[in-house]
Design a protein around this ligand. Structure first.
Ligand SMILES: NC(=O)CC[C@H](N)C(=O)O
Length: 226
């Protein structure tokens, strides 16, 4: 039996199809979840994908965080359910307080779309075990509100506990503090990042690289071996 990984679609989600495909390419079974679902259909993990949920009104992720599906996601994530938030999904995870800090507008005030170099800082989470710490990868980045901020104490805590999972390399594309591209919770089951691994899982499309695939193979191995 393979792992079943849910992908939540909110009104305004963009990357739900690509995320479901990435899950399938890795060998797991994607399960479509709707923002009004309270029941997670017994999935083994959940991905909150990229896009403009609720049009990014108020603040990116601020309305999605109150969707019916998020009540269950928050409750189960706190109990250990693996949850990955990509871009808008990362924004939703900070708004839901499953991850600390907040996402603000890019410091240059423009939408950015580029292939971004990152360093994997933490390969001990549910979603990063197939990388090695220190590995450099390229995956696409595309957002308006990608500037990660947190108060000094939170930043010091994240750094001290090795909870910065990914850091921007070469350029900091949005003014994120400490060049932070992604973080994990203390337990390592909840991970969020701004760049998009689901767009880099097949050599024939996108960057031509498959640097994003280990997210999905990491979680599959963890669930199948559990
Ligand atoms: N690619 C995305 O998920 C976009 C995220 C978000 N709505 C932003 O522009 O910041």
């Amino acid at each position: 039996m393979t792992a079943r990984i849910g992908v939540v679609t909110f009104p305004g989600s963009l990357d739900d199809r690509d995320t479901r495909r990435a899950i399938r390419v890795a060998g797991a079974e994607p399960v479509a979840l709707w923002h009004k679902d309270k029941d997670l259909k017994q999935v083994d993990a959940v991905v909150l994908c990229g896009g403009f949920s609720y049009g990014d009104y108020l603040r990116a992720g601020a309305i999605a965080r109150f969707s019916p599906v998020m009540d269950t996601v928050i409750e189960q994530a706190r109990a250990g359910l693996p949850v990955l938030g990509i871009c808008n999904g990362f924004q939703i995870l900070t708004e839901a307080h499953l991850l600390p800090g907040a996402m603000l507008g890019n410091d240059h005030l423009h939408f950015i779309c580029r292939d971004q170099k990152l360093r994997v800082e933490n390969a001990d989470t549910a979603w990063t075990a197939d990388y090695t710490a220190g590995q450099e990868i390229h995956i696409p980045l595309k957002n308006m509100d990608g500037r990660y901020v947190a108060d000094r104490r939170t930043l010091d805590e994240l750094e001290a506990e090795g909870r910065v999972a990914f850091r921007y390399l070469d350029v900091n594309p949005n003014g994120s503090l400490n060049d932070i591209a992604g973080i994990t919770n203390a337990a390592g089951n909840v991970v969020g990042l701004m760049p998009h691994p689901e767009h880099a899982v097949e050599p024939l499309i996108g960057t031509g690289r498959t640097d994003g695939l280990p997210f999905f193979t990491s979680i599959l191995k963890k669930l199948v071996n559990a």
